[in-house]
Design a protein around this ligand. Structure first.
Ligand SMILES: [Mg+2]
Length: 303
């Protein structure tokens, strides 16, 4: 515990409850991670050919020309997994490369980059939900890196004041840990789901009866986050559940956007009638924050 007075923003108690779920690749950051394929040459032979996630979205529909090495998709996506014995996750490494390029002005940030920055600065709850297969911990470390690299000193101090404010209002705390301890507490409170990770798949299989498609996995991860948020708010007292709650979801993959819209309409809106759900389709890079779609909920308070 620190003895000297710290800035504590108690105004957070008056705030709306606004939470976000972010896809990572081409939504937060354009990553250098490559998908390893083979491409058919004019003479009919196959040559190694690696593509970006953005290019893959196009060539995946052309199985005559592109195939995974050895016919195994696992071989194509080796860079999207953590490997045993590596000193740092490929995800963290690629995130660092992208963040450095964005900060140097050499790479455009993803459409939801600024929303993540604002979410962190405000100390709001969020989830990262990606089709990658890394460990949850690897995603968390990448978000921590985002805090360290992207937030200015002033933004970081504002974030810490907000985090202490939430600790005071939600947990009744009157004294606080070091900045490092409070930041760790906050980052641990959020959700990091890589839906093709073996542990995630096992957990999903144990908790549900549905099929394990990637779209279904994203739906599962979103429901988990909404239930997680409700649990945290309930802990703070029933009064807080009467205030407007909104949950936003952003993804640049139109198939995921559609699947999540459907899932909200068919299931989440019924289960959580008090929550406003917004979906941001960020597939068009010309639109900075993406196309906003309000899927359910009546109130509009500047989400
Ligand atoms: Mg994406």
């Amino acid at each position: 515990m620190t003895r000297h007075a710290k800035n504590v923003n108690l105004q957070v108690a008056e705030r709306d409850f606004k939470y976000y779920i972010f896809d990572w690749d081409d939504n937060i950051l354009h990553m250098p991670t490559r998908i390893h394929l083979e491409k058919r040459m004019p003479d009919g032979s196959w040559r190694p050919h690696s593509v970006s996630t953005a290019a893959f979205a196009v060539v995946r529909n052309d199985p005559e020309t592109y195939r995974p090495p050895g016919g195994e998709w696992a071989n194509a996506f080796v860079e999207f997994q953590d490997a045993a014995g590596e000193s740092e996750s490929r995800f963290l490494l690629d995130t660092r490369t992208s963040l450095e390029r964005v900060m140097a002005g050499a790479l455009a940030p993803g459409p939801s980059f600024e929303t993540l920055r604002e979410t962190l600065r405000e100390g709001r709850l969020f989830a990262i939900v990606t089709a990658r297969g890394h460990e949850s911990e690897s995603l968390k470390k990448a978000v921590r890196l985002f805090v360290d690299v992207v937030l200015t000193r002033a933004e970081r101090e504002e974030m810490m004041a907000n985090l202490r404010g939430y600790r005071a209002c939600f947990d009744g705390r009157t004294s606080f840990g070091t900045d490092e301890e409070e930041l760790t507490y906050y980052l641990d409170l959020n959700r990091y789901h890589a839906v093709t990770n073996p542990a995630f798949k096992r957990w999903m299989a144990e908790s549900s009866t549905g099929t394990a498609s990637s779209e279904h996995a994203k739906q599962f991860a979103i429901r988990d986050f909404v239930e997680h948020v409700i649990r945290i708010l309930s802990r703070a007292g029933s009064e807080s559940l009467r205030r407007p709650i909104s949950v936003g979801f952003s993804d640049d993959d139109i198939a995921n956007v559609r699947a999540v819209e459907r899932y909200i309409q068919e299931e989440l809106a019924r289960r959580f009638p008090g929550i406003k759900f917004c979906v941001y389709d960020t597939s068009d890079p010309a639109l900075p924050d993406g196309r906003k779609v309000t899927v359910s909920g009546q109130l509009d308070f500047g989400f």
